[in-house]
Design a protein around this ligand. Structure first.
Ligand SMILES: [Zn+2]
Ligand SMILES: [Zn+2]
Length: 309
């Protein structure tokens, strides 16, 4: 609850209705897909645009701005924020402040998007409500000290607008205005629809369906399908149990494409200080997996067989 000593940031409720209508209208443009001739090239553009912006959300908004799971330069920080904003999920400070609260209050009354309050509430309705337009600056003051990030947060509609224009121009330069429109529809409208639903599924679906490896004290689950389509975010029970690491897949078989890309970036010095889960967390997971499968023993990280109990 805000009191006199808290400083609020966020979006002006005066424009809440206008931005809600605009958001719904832009999302509805996905329907233009039925009026644009189909081609695999366009599908490829949509898929590329989807993964580019999911990376902006998972590596940028989530692992970097919400959890400080790795370090980077000020320029790269801005780029991560910009690519995240291209996904049309408001600004990095807004997103990060609310997400930190999600971990603090996961699946309790104070959790803004627990599916215990209803599936559609957790999936999209909470995001649309103007009640949550503002947030306490103290919750994300580590990034609110950068003026360019404050600017990006306030003008979070600039990156998706620029991105839309870029997509149109690419199509236009390849084959004229009607192809420009087609690239805009597939690369932006179709792709944004899936980016949004993919991200929100982590808040809704992976708090309902999947396996619970760790006792994270909430309803978070691991789900292989959502881990694949969200570049690693679907290992959500892992993440709720230990939220500080740059990887959400804790074992070699838990694919985490965002982490692989971050690792690649680290070899080029673009990011560094990638945090990993501690040994006790990894071994706790091995033990709990063994118990769940009815096994008596598990191999710890040093290769020793340990009795599971
Ligand atoms: Zn969660
Ligand atoms: Zn998180």
């Amino acid at each position: 609850m805000a009191n006199s000593s808290t400083h609020l940031m966020g979006y002006n409720n005066k424009y809440a209705n206008i931005s809600l209508v605009l958001f719904v209208l832009i999302y509805s443009t996905v329907l233009f897909v039925f009026f644009v001739p189909f081609s695999w090239e366009l599908v490829g553009i949509a898929v590329f645009s989807y993964f580019l912006r999911i990376f902006g959300i998972t590596a940028g908004y989530h692992r970097y701005f919400s959890h400080r799971a790795f370090k980077t330069s000020r320029i790269m920080q801005f780029i991560l924020g910009w690519v995240g904003a291209m996904a049309m999920q408001k600004g990095p400070l807004w997103w990060g402040a609310h997400h930190r609260d999600h971990h603090r209050y996961s699946d309790t009354d104070k959790d803004l998007h627990s599916p215990r309050k209803g599936f559609w509430h957790s999936h999209i309705l909470w995001f649309l409500k103007s009640d949550h337009n503002q947030f306490e600056i103290e919750k994300i003051k580590d990034y609110a000290k950068y003026p360019e990030i404050v600017w990006l947060d306030r003008y979070h509609w600039v990156p998706p607008t620029v991105y839309g224009i870029q997509l149109y121009l690419i199509g236009f330069l390849i084959a004229g205005p009607s192809y420009g429109f087609a690239v805009l529809v597939y690369g932006f409208a179709v792709s944004t629809f899936f980016v949004g639903n993919g991200t929100w599924a982590i808040n809704s679906v992976t708090h309902m369906f999947g396996t619970k490896r760790f006792d994270a004290g909430d309803d978070s689950r691991n789900h292989w399908f959502w881990a694949f389509v969200t570049m690693g975010e679907g290992w959500h029970n892992n993440h709720h149990y230990y939220r500080h690491s740059a990887n959400m897949g804790f074992y070699w078989y838990e694919y985490d494409i965002s982490y692989y890309i971050l690792k690649l970036f680290s070899w080029f010095g673009l990011v560094w200080g990638l945090k990993k889960p501690p040994v006790y967390v990894i071994e706790e997971g091995l033990k709990r997996d063994a118990l769940r499968k009815g096994k008596q023993k598990y191999k710890n990280l040093s290769g020793e067989w340990i009795l599971a109990k």
